[in-house]
Design a protein around this ligand. Structure first.
Ligand code: GLN
Ligand code: ZN
Length: 766
């Protein structure tokens, strides 16, 4: 049985790509040097996958920044503001599209970025002009395919399909439907497939949009487009890949299409095997995603083989291909590097390299007769033993936590007073000006901070010295904010490497990898904690630092917590109980922290929920229930606060327009939002809904080093004030500042404070 992979982590086991990218952006590594690192990583990753037993290795999954941006560049989809005259997109322009820039070539904002389906990976949103032309100009994926061929790999080209590319993009005119561009786009795709067919026996087009709700009238154009693409691919087999959910509700899109293959995610939706096999054209191979590409647990081989048997009964074994459920981009590279993990938990886990081997094991065990071959039985026995161990382990259970969850009462979900009353109490307690200015929590994580943290972790810097260093850093951060004239201050989060890891390290039920990095966007990686057992809080997690910072200033200081949905979403979560049950345990632990912060004198507490939206199911009909549960957990954490304690929340980088009612139901006193990259479009959704509480639309994009002008931010504030009651507006950047350096941060915040001053005067509030 043939195996393939839909994609491999790009960064390298030691995050070599991150190092190279950042050196390149800092001017320490030229383009040639960067491309050499990239080419070397690709070779290594192909070899690793092949050696693990993957027959067809992916090409085109690698990217210097993002695969959607790559495709935009390949087809010459460059927004007008970059002043590109046509032809191939040079590397520096590519990075300007991704990151924006302020240099000799001008001052230009980055393209919009948002989360890739329900993952924590961010893609660059293609921007289509009304009269967008598509021309095959970029050589990227074709060059990579040649590289794989020349190195002797059996390669499968992988790229987003035309519907995913268009539907995830946006038109300059927000009312325009990007799928109308299909007739213009198809010829470019056809040309690209024709060329790729010369080097690759298989071409995979990813259409994860098929797991979402799609308008029915798109089915015909979809089928017509794919018939045309199958023809264009000529001798190469076209594999249509779907993942992150089932596609049984969208079968009219694919039924009977003469595809080379169709990939389905059997991890997320094993029930689709029966309906999908019934709809498959006789010549189409079925690719089963049996190994979870989104999590770090071992495959349950017995369950996976049962699924495989079911599919084999229906289509015959010869027509089946095996693969991970989706790209392994969302997994760390190699469990073998984790030498410090608790061996009991480690034994339950598999990373990208191990998952490739699991795919091979399942393929080798595909025929019932093969399951008695010694190498196969050994592999299956090892897998079974690990699962038995995990199911019986006492590591995962804490009776005290289970009792507390059972005893939660309905009043614990409600603040003691409604918002208008709380707002009055908070106004009296905080005496803030109109359009109060604040930031989202983190301040630049300077090389000194990172160095100190690393040294402390390595045991080279003692606790006392580290604490003294952090105190100095916090004091400096507070002083800088006072000098800037910000109204509500933050301590800056210098003690936190990552906003989820920090809490995971202070909660029971988590463990940590050393190298388990996963790409979030561009060169930015996160190391999700592993949530393997019941969650409880052995003691206060943030109180000492927040209270120390508060003691340094008469201005209000925000305590800073990461919310239950976000901790869940950005961790690798146990798969032996429903995710909701795990999140409730986290919410209870955070509730205790809120109470302790308040008791320590913090009058403002922010509970970040940037992942609230991304954690929602892909299909609309499943949302209401899922949102209600997530909102309940936020409220469970926050509602312990007294009326005069101001609860903030923060969300970023997703389409929030659709979930405004749920955001309102969280009943946070203040919400700060990303809104600068999407040009305040979002605000109208809040205005239309008459969002009841206070709101701080992000006034500038912190993902770019660009310094926004006073005028620009004043203008955004005035536009916001036109649709939202100015007495409910706050002024803030759109996210935390940890990835920025101080000079641009101070410059941007000084402009922000001045913009708020001027807007107050213009609005007659001063
Ligand atoms: N408080 C966090 C910070 O400022 C929020 C980060 C986020 O929203 N992703 O870094
Ligand atoms: Zn944010």
């Amino acid at each position: 049985m043939r195996t393939h992979s839909l994609g491999f982590p790009r960064m390298g086991r030691n995050r070599e790509l991150k190092t190279a990218l950042e050196a390149h952006w800092a001017g320490r590594l030229d383009t040639e040097g960067l491309l050499a690192v990239a080419a070397d990583l690709r070779l290594r990753h192909w070899a690793l996958q092949r050696d693990a037993g993957i027959d067809l290795v992916p090409v085109g999954d690698f990217s210097l920044y993002d695969h959607m941006l790559d495709l935009a560049a390949t087809f010459g989809v460059v927004p007008g503001r970059y002043g590109h005259a046509g032809g191939p997109v040079p590397t520096d322009l590519y990075f300007r599209m991704a990151r924006g820039g302020q240099d000799a070539c001008g001052d230009v904002t980055a393209m919009e970025m948002t989360k890739w389906f329900d993952t924590n990976y961010h893609y660059i949103v293609p921007e289509f002009a009304a009269d967008q032309a598509f021309a095959l100009t970029g050589d990227g994926i074709r060059a990579q395919a040649r590289q794989a061929r020349d190195a002797g790999f059996a390669a499968k080209a992988v790229l987003p399909g035309p519907f995913t590319f268009l539907l995830l993009g946006k038109c300059a005119d927000p009312a325009a439907d990007p799928s109308r561009l299909l007739p213009r786009l198809l010829p470019a795709y056809r040309e690209l497939l024709g060329e790729l067919a010369e080097t690759c026996p298989w071409i995979e087009l990813d259409e994860p949009v098929l797991a979402q709700d799609l308008p029915r009238d798109l089915a015909e154009p979809f089928r017509a487009a794919y018939e045309s693409l199958i023809e264009a691919a000529g001798p190469a087999k076209l594999l249509l890949a779907t993942y992150f959910g089932g596609i049984a509700h969208n079968l009219p899109f694919v039924a009977g299409l003469p595809l080379g293959g169709l990939h389905i995610d059997c991890q997320r939706d094993p029930t689709q095997i029966a309906p999908v096999t019934a709809a498959l054209a006789p010549e189409t191979a079925l690719s089963l995603g049996l190994v979870d590409g989104r999590n770090i647990w071992r495959v349950d081989a017995a369950a996976a083989l049962a699924r495989l048997d079911l599919a084999a009964e229906r289509v015959g074994r010869d027509r089946i291909l095996l693969a991970p459920s989706c790209s392994l981009l969302h997994c760390p590279v190699d469990l073998d590097d984790e030498t410090a993990l608790d061996p009991a938990v480690r034994h339950w886990m598999a990373f990208a390299a191990q998952k490739c081997r699991e795919v091979r094991l399942l393929a080798d065990a595909a025929a019932p007769g093969d399951r008695t071959r010694p190498e196969v039985t050994a592999g299956l026995a090892e897998n079974r033993a690990a699962w038995e161990d995990r199911r019986q382990s006492r590591l995962a259970r804490d009776e005290h936590v289970r009792r507390r969850v059972a005893e939660i009462s309905p009043d614990m979900f409600h603040r003691p007073a409604p918002y208008p009353e709380r707002a009055r109490a908070q106004r009296a307690a905080l005496s803030l000006p109109p359009l109060p200015t604040t930031t989202i929590g983190s301040f630049p994580q300077t090389p000194e901070i990172r160095r100190a943290r690393r040294a402390h972790r390595a045991g080279e810097l003692g606790d006392a010295a580290y604490e003294a260093f952090l105190k100095e850093t916090l004091a400096d951060t507070v002083a800088r904010q006072e000098a800037l004239g910000l109204d509500v201050l933050v301590h800056g989060e210098a003690e936190r490497g990552d906003m989820v890891e920090y809490f995971g390290e202070r909660l029971s039920g988590f463990c940590f990898t050393k190298h388990g990095w996963v790409q979030s966007y561009g060169s930015r990686c996160v190391k999700p904690p592993v949530l393997h057992g019941d969650v409880s809080r052995p003691g206060p997690m943030t109180v000492a630092w927040s209270a120390f910072a508060a003691s340094l200033t008469p201005r209000p200081m925000k305590g800073m917590l990461t919310g239950p949905a976000t901790i869940l979403c950005w961790s690798f979560v146990r798969d032996d109980q429903p995710r909701e049950a795990t999140r409730r345990q986290i919410a209870l632990a955070l509730r205790d922290e809120v109470a302790d912060l308040e008791a320590a004198g913090l009058r403002v507490i922010q509970i970040d929920e940037p992942a609230l939206r991304e954690g929602l199911p892909l299909r609309r009909r499943d949302w209401d229930q899922a949102i209600a549960l997530a909102v309940d957990d936020f409220r469970l954490a926050a509602s312990v606060a007294r009326p005069e304690t101001q609860i903030h929340t923060h969300m970023c980088y997703a389409e929030f327009g659709e979930i405004v009612p749920a955001i309102a139901a969280m009943d946070a006193d203040v919400i700060s939002l990303e809104a600068s990259r999407s040009r305040m479009e979002l605000l109208s959704a809040f205005a239309d809904y008459a969002y009841p509480n206070e709101i701080g639309p992000g006034l500038y994009d912190i993902h770019s080093p660009r310094v926004p002008s006073v005028e620009e931010m004043e203008e955004l504030l005035l536009r916001a004030a036109a649709v939202i009651d100015p007495r409910k507006l706050w002024a803030n950047p759109d996210c935390g500042l940890k990835t920025r350096a101080w000079p641009e941060t101070t410059a941007a915040l000084a402009n922000l404070v001045e913009a708020a001053r001027r807007a107050r005067r213009r609005l007659g509030l001063a």
